[in-house]
Design a protein around this ligand. Structure first.
Ligand SMILES: Cc1ncc(COP(=O)(O)O)c(C=O)c1O
Length: 383
């Protein structure tokens, strides 16, 4: 358990920010790193050729450490968005006519849309698995896997309400039928340890601006070693072997070879001088806290929220199936349509996602007082 960490963020008194799944606030140290980074671009003579590579390698190493499970910097590519990472996966996982892709209904479009498009192209079927009444997505997924399944693209938890998916079990079953697994860890990595060695995903990616506490437009893609000879979706100079030597960039013959490991999947302008130092500062803080400690600290707040919410007649995914950092509060007669706006008027911030839940996602800057304020405000909207 961590003590409250609000002093490390710039959150004014009176603001109850319970919406990390939308976008995290920046740590003060991340803001400072960004300000230094922007100022550096004013003096490009201070940016050396080595700088194009050194910070990126540091970010890869930190992300690999956070992911754990034996991942190393060479397994990590830099991506601008989850949709980009998903497009890399789509381009590298075999899919043919008659096969199927398993997806969860109401999942985030950056997961769904690339696979729907790819399935259309080859005559495969993109299946949207229906939401189970009892929140047991794992059972629904296991029941759907068969010999036609080529790939499943899944999160560790549903982004609308935090309902968990047992990825180690699902991965084992997918391996039995020879299917691939792509994981969107955007809403889990940074707040929950990831069992990489058990899951062995083909690809795993996370946008960086939520639970990784980083800037917008910089995320990470883990690529299993078995795909590290795969096909990039764009051809930029920096993924080419020898790109460190700026004097011979137009030696196109040599440049046919790509840099080792997952680096071949890096987005162009990978070095991203403004944002990379921010991502690094954020990952360093997460590693200092420890991901498990972050999750357990938040769990105290989400457990208290669910208990208090039950007293006013609101339901949530049962504790055994709910992620530690995530609650979707269900209203028996539906979420009042203007609830987020009414809460925002009191400077309390949460989101409505999917069809039926108020999504409440605290972090280590929140305290029990924020939960009290939220419950009080919901009570007054409903009375
Ligand atoms: C589950 C999930 N995946 C991914 C994203 C972000 O996707 P992208 O980086 O493609 O905008 C979000 C944003 O809300 C999300 O909730």
């Amino acid at each position: 358990m961590l003590p409250p960490q609000r002093h490390l963020f710039d959150i004014p008194e009176g603001v109850s920010y319970l919406n990390c799944a939308y976008m995290s606030p920046l740590l003060k140290r991340v803001t400072a790193a960004g300000q230094r980074a922007v100022a550096r671009k004013a003096h490009p003579w201070e940016i050396t050729a080595a700088d194009f590579f050194s910070e990126v390698e540091r970010a890869r190493r930190l992300f690999a450490t956070l992911l754990g499970g034996g991942a190393g910097p060479g397994d990590v590519a830099i991506v601008p968005a989850l949709s980009y990472a998903m497009s890399v996966a789509c381009a590298n996982i075999p899919l043919t006519r008659g096969q199927s892709v398993l997806l969860l209904d109401e999942e985030f479009p950056s997961v769904i849309l690339p696979w729907q498009e790819r399935a259309r192209e080859v005559g495969a079927t993109a299946v949207l698995l229906p939401r189970p009444e009892d929140d047991d997505w794992t059972r629904v997924i296991l029941d759907a896997i068969d010999q036609r399944t080529a790939v499943a693209a899944l999160p560790a938890l549903h982004w609308t309400d935090g309902a968990l998916i047992d990825l180690p079990r699902v991965a084992t079953r997918l391996r039995e039928v020879g299917a691939a697994l792509v994981v969107d860890a955007t809403q889990s990595l940074g707040a929950m340890p990831f069992p990489l060695a058990d899951v062995q995903p083909d690809f795993l990616a996370a946008a960086g601006y939520k639970w990784l506490l980083g800037p917008y437009s910089l995320g990470f893609l883990y690529v299993a070693p078995r795909h590290q000879q795969g096909r990039p979706i764009e051809h930029n100079w920096i993924i080419r072997a020898g790109s460190e030597d700026f004097t011979s960039l137009s030696n196109y013959e040599r440049a046919l070879e790509l840099r080792p490991g997952a680096r071949r999947f890096d987005v162009g302008e990978t070095s991203n001088f403004a944002l990379m130092p921010m991502a690094i500062a954020a990952l360093e803080q997460l590693l200092e806290w420890g991901v498990a400690s972050v999750g357990e600290t938040i769990r105290v707040l989400t457990d208290a929220l669910v208990r208090r919410a039950a007293e006013i007649g609101l339901d949530a995914v049962p504790a055994a199936r709910r992620a530690p950092h995530y609650v979707g509060l269900r209203f028996p007669r539906g979420v009042p349509p203007d609830l987020p706006q009414r809460l925002a008027a009191d400077r309390i911030y949460a989101s409505v996602r999917g069809r039926s839940a108020l999504r409440v996602t605290p972090h280590v800057y929140n305290t029990a007082a924020d939960i009290d304020r939220l419950i009080g405000a919901i009570g007054s909207v409903r009375s």
